[in-house]
Design a protein around this ligand. Sequence first.
Ligand SMILES: Cc1cc2nc3c(=O)[nH]c(=O)nc-3n(C[C@H](O)[C@H](O)[C@H](O)COP(=O)(O)OP(=O)(O)OC[C@H]3O[C@@H](n4cnc5c(N)ncnc54)[C@H](O)[C@@H]3O)c2cc1C
Length: 537
Amino acid sequence: MDGTFDYLIVGAGSSGSVLAERLSAAGRKVLVLEAGGSDRRFFVQMPLGYGKLFYDRRVNWGYRTEPDPGLNGQQDYWPRGKVLGGSSSINAMVWIRGDASDYDDWQAATGSSAWGWEAARAAYRAIEDNADGADEFRGQGGPLYIRSGQDPAHPLVAPFLASCEAAGLPRNADFNGAKQEGAGLYQLTIKGGRRNSTARAFLRPALKTGRVALRTGAHVARVLMDGKRAIGVEYQWKGAFHRAMAGEVILSGGAINTPQVLMLSGIGPAAALQAQGIEVVLDQPNVGAHLNDHQGINYTYRMRVPTMNDRLRPWWGKALVGMQYLLTGGGPLSVSINHGGGFFRTDPALPRPNMQLYFQAFSTLMPRGDERPILTPDPFPGLSIGLSNCRPSSRGQISLASADPFAAPKIIGNAFSTDQDVAEMLAAVKFIRHIAAQKPMADLIAEELRPGPQIASDEALIDDFRQRSGTVFHPSCTARMGTDPATSVLDANLRVRGIEGLRVCDASAFPTLIGGNTNAPAILLGWLGAQRILETA
Ligand SMILES: Cc1cc2nc3c(=O)[nH]c(=O)nc-3n(C[C@H](O)[C@H](O)[C@H](O)COP(=O)(O)OP(=O)(O)OC[C@H]3O[C@@H](n4cnc5c(N)ncnc54)[C@H](O)[C@@H]3O)c2cc1C
């Protein structure tokens, strides 16, 4: 590539795209290398195209974990975006910041108010162009349009929220506002009926400045080192290896790929690297460790009233919603799979919500190998109430399965490997049934299909969630920031300790997992990360 670059960013995902925009806005010259291709694809743009992207290897790394004892020995499927916008181009578009106290945790873990709640709140207000208007928490006029959290996506959302209220979970008009607890509608990263990924909201405007160079289909194999200084990267593009140099290298490849690239570059647990024949540059046992992820499960119901199944399943229904979407940009295809949800505590003594709810006005009981069958739901009216834990104590690990940069890394999920995680999930699934037992939902539900009323004892419920639960796609913390060099990889300015000229800026840098979906915090990482990078250049 022509020119000299101040910064080289590996990965144009949620954090990487924001970082490129911020650094270029500050006048810096930036090179972005992205392994995936363009996001100008119909199913990326159409919000409910989500189901089509789920297994599509043209836009998805499509990882599998090792067999997980916590999931009855099953391998979990971990989709990750491999396309401009990264996982923000294949995700479910829910816009959740997390609990304010999560950022108190970040401040404590990093020893820096730069990552605390006040800094986060100000940054989110600057990032957002929120359809619900600006207030003390929300922002308007920023680069990222957020769809209103007031527009019900489906008529069944109202009875669901009424039943939540009857179950003791009051209505919350803004989970990103003064408090997270309660039930309500999700704000979504959707603009004008189209997915609002970070490629759309940040990277494309940045490319127009002329200060950002982008190469797609460029798979970074390793960081080039001069002693303990990063000087550039080696990457594969169009079948050949190339080198690119820059003042600083910033890894934004996401929580699976960033630790992989670090290890391929000789930065990681020494013995494991040597076992793969990789020369050790820095013995850093925390690379790939502390893997933290949310685990979720759906309860599925057959309904007495029509649901989205009735519109999405028959060919004529598909034609109608397709026409509606193409002509108006509206209708069922223009929204997220998640129509509403909430946050609750499994124990009132807890200081903050520890569980997240998802309401989906359709059901997909019958799995299909190659597709998440949202667009082909069950042939009867059905819906799903799902949940995921907020701050599980189980920890997994990313390591190298091979020294081949194009081989998938080894992912150990370790779901439900602590008694605490099992106990809180047991309490949580009981709460789903408690909601479903309340009017008006109770009158609308014909039967619980999965797991079904025969699954009643604690033992059976635990076995069921070990059998049926899976990731909700929020892996984080695999190259985390922290004050203690013995337990973290990065300092509070995202610098890889012990290496010059190398930083990490993506979900792997999270000091702790946020209680909520992780796109907003990954975007925040890019935004605040740029400030840290510019101030400590
Ligand atoms: C199916 C799914 C649904 C989700 N739903 C939601 C949701 O509704 N709401 C929410 O908030 N969060 C959701 N998430 C999570 C959220 O999208 C991610 O946490 C977030 O996007 C992670 O951002 P990141 O910058 O860390 O990584 P990513 O956005 O994944 O970006 C990493 C980028 O780096 C590129 N890359 C990786 N390795 C290399 C390499 N070696 N060379 C070059 N490029 C490389 C990748 O191709 C990718 O583009 C979902 C995720 C998935 C997968």
